[in-house]
Design a protein around this ligand. Structure first.
Ligand code: LHQ
Length: 254
């Protein structure tokens, strides 16, 4: 259900239930969690790229998964939440290539990418309210941070289907490219990131997430602590050495 492909330092993951628009099942979530955990621990993986197989990115929870035996959603969400924590806490850059529709939890997954590309034909819809559900998989956390509270209120209460260009205008995606060039562009970006100072990326990601709940004084203190850590990396030494020698740096990710 999750296709994996390694291209040098990049791990490409494709949600792979194309006949169901890559709708999410419990089994898919568990597989995705395992894959993310392995990627996190594998020093050879220095960037990830997440996309969807077929015409969709991901239609969110598979609404037909449960039939009559519908579980308690609070319990089911534990399987989502550990995936979201793994994505948000990933200590490597995550590029998301939204190839088609991203709905409900599928839209949430897309928003957890650090850099988000979309095909011109992609679309985004929160979808939750349309079936009488509240936003989940971190949508209530990440959406207002990306678009501001007012826009998040509108998107979550009315659940429009946004085009890729509308999503870009709101800051939900960074770049929109023709569908046939999406993977190539996303991969080029992921490759570039895979050659970067991986540890520094991890620390930068941590800062951006943490500062939302900190006072200025605390944020400044955390910057100083993490700068201390970045300052002790080989990549920082290499960056300064390369600057002095007027050549591009060769980062090793540590
Ligand atoms: C699907 C799905 C789908 C199954 C399309 N499931 N089959 C929820 C519950 C509990 C706890 C955890 O958290 C969550 C989080 C959530 O994600 S809630 C939101 C769930 N997702 C949705 O409500 C989206 C439902 N789908 C749609 O609104 C549309 O299908 C979208 C806008 C995604 C795409 O529209 P179209 O491009 O027009 O495609 P389609 O509607 O014709 O769908 C194609 C097929 O895919 C179709 O099957 P069929 O056998 O008729 O060809 C759909 O039934 C199936 N499919 N989404 N989520």
């Amino acid at each position: 259900m999750v296709l994996k492909e390694r291209q040098e330092g990049v791990l490409i993951l494709s949600l792979n239930r194309p006949e169901k628009l890559n709708a999410i099942t419990g089994a898919l979530l568990d597989e995705l969690y395992q894959v993310l955990k392995e990627a996190q621990e594998d020093p050879g993986v220095r960037a990830l790229l997440l996309t969807g197989a077929g015409r969709a990115f991901c239609a969110g929870q598979d609404l037909l998964e449960f039939g009559e035996g519908k579980p308690d959603y609070e319990a089911h969400l534990r399987r989502y939440n550990r995936v979201v924590e793994a994505l948000a806490g990933l200590e490597k850059p995550l590029v998301v290539a939204v190839n088609g529709v991203a709905a409900g939890a599928g839209m949430s997954l897309a928003l957890w990418g650090d850099l988000r590309l979309a095909a011109l034909e992609a679309s985004f819809t929160p979808a939750f309210v349309r079936i009488g559900l509240v936003p989940d998989s971190g949508m209530s956390f990440i959406l207002p941070r990306l678009v501001g509270l007012a826009k998040a209120q509108e998107l979550l209460l009315l659940s429009p289907r946004l085009s890729a260009e509308e999503a870009q205008a709101l800051g939900l995606v960074h770049r929109v490219v023709p569908g046939e060039r999406l993977l190539e562009e996303a991969l080029a970006l992921a490759r570039e990131l895979a050659q970067g100072p991986t540890r520094t990326y991890a620390l930068t990601k941590k800062l951006l997430l943490e500062t939302y709940r900190l006072s200025l004084t605390e944020a400044l203190a955390l910057e100083a602590i993490l700068q201390g850590e970045a300052g002790r990396t080989q990549d920082h030494e290499e960056g300064v050495r390369a600057f002095r020698e007027k050549r591009p740096p060769r980062f090793v990710g540590r």
